[in-house]
Design a protein around this ligand. Structure first.
Ligand code: H79
Length: 471
């Protein structure tokens, strides 16, 4: 075990006050105050914290795969299936908005003739996303690939094509990491032992039979589709146990060592904050906050999954987030040392809705200029707020400023830190003055109204990734 320094923020406030200047009547001062104290911690960061849980202490997360995953920082989540024909929520609307018999028959009409996997992946790529996770099976039990173990699958829809294979190949062709979402619960399978809005007697179910089905299907995803990420979900029902979670983790990792498995494989996932309760006890490689930006945490990897609209699956005229909101969400997530998995719900004809594509394109345009402050970075050294966030890579520290009306930024110099240069990504000079604080004076013209990034070249002395404790 090596000793490392930790930096603990006890006070983190922003004051914004009007500021008079000769050059602009609209300048604002941000004074960021962080009170810091040093202490030591016994974490060995060479070994990733996640793995197979208490039953498999030897099974740790693959270091290279995890590093690659964290470097990517931004991925596309897709929720899609026959339910898009109704425009209601995937899984959840079965037996609620849509009667069960109708829901379970939708696949007989699922014919997305305008589906083009290369186009989807191009859209993800143009948005600056580096990986892709698709619902291979949601809570409703429909399999988006021709599974040997069920007839309730894509093979028996009018489209017949293996859409999952097409997606996997498009990802390979365009150098996007391919991943699959798989719900361990299945409200349609007769042997799954929890019923949801479903009158079939539980006595007719048999979890052992269902478990074998699940293990077989997951094996198909790993061996036939070479999935790199398995994004489990649906672990909260009583039918799913801690023992099953650890066993499933081992089953997957034995099939492919570099596979990444989220923490919803097991029961350690707590609430929608999504982090693992006890990392040594429960299986899983990373945490999964849902519909929220995770808190700063550089001790356990995490990824926030957030929808671009309100619903996971496509809904006509759903309320959609603006490009600015999406970009700020990305900045705050990465500033907290997490990944963002932004979800789109494609339409029943197979296309991603054009207005969603436009928002994605705006994010991609922003990343064309500012991507070096996102990809391959780690969160910190300063903690994120609603107005700004920071990331770092080597000797570079990136300040992401979301309060774009600000013209003077003041933040505390970290111990031993020297600023050698400052510039704005996309153009613009910054005047730097340093005493106990770093004062940055910004030009009138900034490259983006959404957010911009100040790149600080430092002497490389600042509390790096492992030097900051979770706040
Ligand atoms: O697949 C997506 C969700 O369907 C799934 N996880 C993400 C990735 C999920 N499973 N459980 N939950 C989310 C939490 C439950 C949320 C609910 Fe609701 C609130 C269920 C019913 C009310 C969300 C909103 C689903 C339907 C309406």
């Amino acid at each position: 075990m090596k000793k490392i320094f930790s930096l603990f923020s006890t006070f983190n406030h922003i004051f914004i006050a009007p500021y008079a200047s000769l050059s602009s009547p609209l300048v604002v001062v941000i004074i960021l105050m962080l009170t810091m104290s040093c202490n030591t911690s016994e974490t060995d960061t060479a070994v990733p914290p996640g793995g197979g849980g208490e039953a498999n202490p030897e099974l740790k997360t693959n270091v290279k795969a995890l590093q690659n995953f964290q470097d990517m920082r931004f991925g596309m989540f897709v929720h899609w299936g026959p339910v898009s024909l109704k425009g209601t929520e995937i899984g959840w609307s079965r037996g609620r908005e849509i009667p069960i018999s109708e829901y379970d028959s939708l696949y007989l009409k699922f014919n997305p003739t305008k589906f083009d996997a290369e186009e989807w992946i191009r859209i993800a790529k143009d948005a600056g996303m580096k990986y892709f996770v698709i619902t291979s099976k949601h809570h409703d039990g429909f399999s988006l690939w021709p599974s040997k173990y069920t007839d309730y699958d894509i093979e028996n829809t009018p489209i017949k094509r293996d859409l999952l294979k097409e997606m996997q190949q498009a990802c390979e062709n365009q150098d996007i990491l391919f991943g699959t979402y798989y719900s361990v619960l299945d409200w349609k399978h007769p042997d799954y032992t929890t019923r949801y809005n479903d009158p079939r007697p539980v006595e007719e179910s048999n979890m052992a039979v269902y478990k074998e089905y699940l293990f077989n299907q997951v094996e198909e995803l790993i061996t036939d589709y070479n999935t790199n990420i398995i994004w489990f979900d649906g672990q909260w029902e009583a039918s799913w146990t801690h023992e099953m979670g650890m066993e499933l983790y081992k089953h997957c990792r034995d099939l492919k060592d570099e596979l990444l498995i989220n923490n919803r494989v097991d029961k350690g996932f707590k609430g929608m904050a999504g982090m693992t309760d006890s990392i040594a006890k429960y299986a899983g490689d990373y945490g999964t906050p849902e519909q929220r930006i995770g808190s700063f945490n550089n001790q356990f990897p995490w990824e926030s999954c957030i929808t671009i609209c309100k619903q996971w699956a496509w809904k006509p005229d759903d309320v959609m987030k603006s490009p600015k909101e999406c970009i700020h969400t990305l900045i705050k997530t990465v500033g907290g040392d997490g990944n963002l998995l932004l979800n789109v719900g494609p339409m029943p004809d197979g296309r991603i809705e054009p207005r969603q594509v436009e928002v994605l394109k705006e994010i991609g345009d922003w990343l064309d200029v500012n991507g070096e402050a996102i990809y391959g970075t780690r969160g910190g050294p300063w903690l994120p707020t609603d107005a700004w966030a920071s990331t770092n890579k080597g000797k570079k520290v990136y300040l992401h400023v979301m309060a774009t009306e600000t013209r003077l930024l003041q933040l505390p110099l970290l111990e031993g830190m020297k600023i050698k240069k400052a510039k704005i990504l996309g153009g613009g000079d910054v005047k730097v003055e340093v005493d106990r604080n770093i004062m940055l004076s910004l030009p009138e013209e900034l490259p983006s109204d959404y957010a911009y990034v100040i790149e600080l070249t430092t002497n490389g002395v600042f509390p790096s990734l492992e030097n900051i404790i979770v706040n």
